[in-house]
Write a new protein. Structure first.
Length: 87
């Protein structure tokens, strides 16, 4: 039986509820785009530069998620939300 698209987020939320009291932060990270790597550039050679997501920006978004104060933990991160505000 195929998994629903909601399954990873539901799993992350369930694990976060179970493991949060042990101070273990669980999150589901969604990257809304194609990460700019040599192989993705090769496969999608006809796409403009702004089609690709900067890998450093993805790392920054995940770094921020990993260093959240426990009182503000979130169980999901959509990388485009954070990337859109970086200039």
């Amino acid at each position: 039986m195929p998994c629903s698209r909601d399954y990873p987020e539901s799993l992350a939320q369930s694990l976060a509820r179970q493991l949060g009291p042990e101070r273990i932060h669980v999150a589901n990270v969604v990257i809304d785009g194609v990460v700019d790597l040599p192989r993705t550039r090769e496969w999608l050679h006809d796409k403009p530069d702004d089609f690709f997501v900067n890998p450093s920006a993805v790392v920054d978004a995940i770094w921020t998620l990993c260093h959240q104060d426990p009182s503000a933990w979130t169980s999901r991160c959509r990388a485009w939300c954070i990337l859109a505000h970086q200039e």
